[in-house]
Design a protein around this ligand. Structure first.
Ligand code: PEP
Ligand code: MG
Length: 584
């Protein structure tokens, strides 16, 4: 069987199926003011009990629990005490004469639906948080049973358990797990989980990665065939699952598990080792993040700062444009959490595949070639100025840099810089302090910018190469379209020549250049890019140790040799084959 591998590692265990009870509305209406008052009191008591219970859970977190878990639980308290939730529920009780359980079910179901339908996968995954607080409230209202989760404490003995299996830890098989389930799971007994639902940004996936539990999600109904106490093996990297494998296969999977564990230990031992090649060339490895909460995870993987902070999410989580003050608070938090390491904040990159619900855009024939990113910022100058001022103010609290997405010509860069000067002047007139030397750089992700990198390098403070967009624009192939996505290959000589040219031009003009597209996290690209002279990579934090491992065992000589060889091929598949061979 196969699902989506969301947290790497091989787990061997016996199945423990977890079935969630679901509540349904009763439709019973209240009669009389007394009954309404009682239901309001019951609802308020359920809120108090739920908050107290979550606080106990936060207090019970041990040193081994990842800090992200407490953040999730804190967020649940905020949701439970949200005045909007309260007024929606109370309206149903007081005006609609519904009982408290029906009112909670109706309000949370509506919210769950709204979140699930959001296009952004991170926000869509927040439906699980609403479901979680809803379940907790229903438990305290007496609608759902209050027994402890089978995932907490020692797992129950199961009928039909053979002695050979009894030594094996459990692998949880369920439709989905709530955020609280994943946080409170007793890891002494649970070695992994396989879920029917979910994607890589679901809570179960996030917490699995935080806690280092191998996990496969999105397995669909194929998991129905698995029964309690079956032997299950899962590979959280590839998403593969094996049910009751034969002895030979089981032995092979055990060997693979040991080899992976050794490799994980090796990678973990590199955390505080600088990414230095054997001949001394120092490479900087930074993280791409979208939430301030991701910073701790980035440091845990050895990130030396943030090479790309995508600000879109700060905007997507709101129902209208965040004010300068709200943005300032967000960027200041980021600056403070960065512990003096550099943080590159990218200005708003909406349009194309990233719509903002409260900023309706007319339908375009070619959204990716349309009104997006810097084009919107230069059109709606007020929005851009507000963001620039908020970042500038936060620059007093850390080492911030400003990055502008999708620049396609010099004119855009010049106008953006004029607005940057306006933002600085406005703050100076008000006597607000900020970092006067904050660098102002541009993404190189449009072919016209790559080809004119020699010109742009004279006016930009730094470059960051966005290979995700650069690939699709260079190849004129939409990476989301199955029929043409094979053309969108970062190893196509056209893309490689552009990347090489951009790095060379940045060096000739003495400005820093980094690469923050997915290619930065691809082990096949590491030597090739260092051979081109790239010294800064920014990627998803969990990939950092793997890339660092390649760097610390290689030399610049070898990297240049790889570059020379690659540039001689004319076919991307020959290039990837060659890179795979040298990495093997
Ligand atoms: C890119 O295009 O490579 C990039 C990093 O930006 P995004 O993926 O946010 O478009
Ligand atoms: Mg991009």
């Amino acid at each position: 069987m196969r699902g989506i591998g969301v947290s790497p590692g091989i787990s061997i265990g016996r199945v423990l199926r977890v079935v969630r009870q679901k509540a349904a509305t009763t439709g019973i209406l209240l009669s009389g003011d007394e009954a309404v008052r009682e239901e309001v009191d019951r609802y308020r008591a359920a809120i108090d009990h739920s908050v107290a219970e979550i606080k106990t859970l936060i207090g019970a977190q041990t040193g081994t629990t990842p800090s992200g878990a407490a953040d999730i639980l804190e967020a649940h308290i905020e949701m439970l005490t949200d005045p909007q939730l309260e007024s929606d529920v109370l309206e149903r009780i007081q005006v609609g004469k519904k009982n408290a359980s029906d009112a909670v079910l109706e309000v949370t179901s509506r919210l769950i639906e709204t979140f699930r339908n959001m296009e952004d996968p991170y926000l869509a995954a927040r439906a699980a948080d609403i479901e979680d607080i809803g379940q907790r409230l229903l438990k305290h209202l007496g609608t759902l049973p209050s027994q402890t989760s089978p995932l907490e404490g020692s797992a129950p003995a199961r009928p039909g358990e053979h002695s050979a299996q009894a030594d094996l830890p459990f692998i949880i098989v369920a439709e989905d797990l709530s955020p609280s389930d994943t946080i409170t799971m007793d890891l002494r007994r649970i070695a992994g989980f396989a879920l029917q639902k979910g994607g890589s940004t679901s809570h179960a996936a996030i917490v699995a990665r935080l806690r280092g539990i191998p996990a496969v999600v999105g397995c669909g109904t194929s998991l129905d065939q698995v029964a309690d106490n079956d032997i299950l093996v899962l590979d959280g990297a590839t998403g593969q699952l094996w049910v009751n494998p034969g002895d030979a296969l089981l032995a092979e999977l055990r060997r693979k598990k040991i080899a992976q564990a050794e490799n994980a230990l090796l990678l973990a031992s590199l955390k505080d080792v600088p990414a230095r090649m054997v001949d001394g060339r120092r490479i900087r490895l930074l993280a791409n993040i979208s939430h301030v909460g991701d910073m701790k995870d980035a440091f845990r993987h050895g990130a030396e700062g943030v090479g790309l902070f995508r600000t879109e999410f700060l905007f997507m989580e709101k129902s209208s444009f965040p004010t300068e003050e709200e943005q300032f608070t967000g960027y200041k938090d980021l600056a403070r959490t960065s512990q003096g390491t550099p943080v590159t904040i990218r200005t708003l990159d909406i349009g194309g595949d990233k719509p903002l619900p409260y900023f309706p855009m007319p339908k375009e024939q070619n959204p990716f070639l349309g009104h997006r990113a810097i084009r919107i910022s230069l059109d709606k100058k007020g929005i851009f100025l507000t963001q620039l001022k908020a970042i500038l103010r936060a620059s007093s609290f850390g080492k911030l840099k400003i990055l502008v997405p999708m620049v396609s010509n010099m004119q855009e860069l010049r106008v953006a810089k004029e607005l940057f000067t306006t933002a600085k002047n406005e703050l100076m007139q008000k006597g607000v302090s900020f970092d006067k030397d904050i660098p102002f750089g541009i993404m190189i992700e449009v072919p016209s910018a790559a080809v004119t990198a020699d010109l742009l390098a004279q006016e930009a403070d730094f470059f960051s190469i966005g290979t995700n967009d650069l690939c699709q624009y260079t190849m004129a192939a939409d990476r989301m379209n199955d029929k043409v996505s094979h053309l969108c290959d970062p190893y196509h000589p056209a893309v490689l020549r552009l990347i090489h040219f951009v790095i060379q031009q940045a060096q000739l003009n003495n400005i820093p250049v980094s690469l923050c597209g997915e290619m930065a996290a691809d082990p096949l690209a590491t030597l090739l890019l260092t051979g081109m002279g790239l010294e800064e990579f920014s990627m998803n934090a969990p990939s950092i140790p793997t890339i660092k491992h390649i760097i610390v065992k290689s030399s610049m000589n070898k990297a240049r040799q790889v570059l020379r060889q690659v540039m001689e091929f004319d076919d991307p598949s020959d290039i990837t084959q060659y890179l795979q061979d040298i990495n093997a």
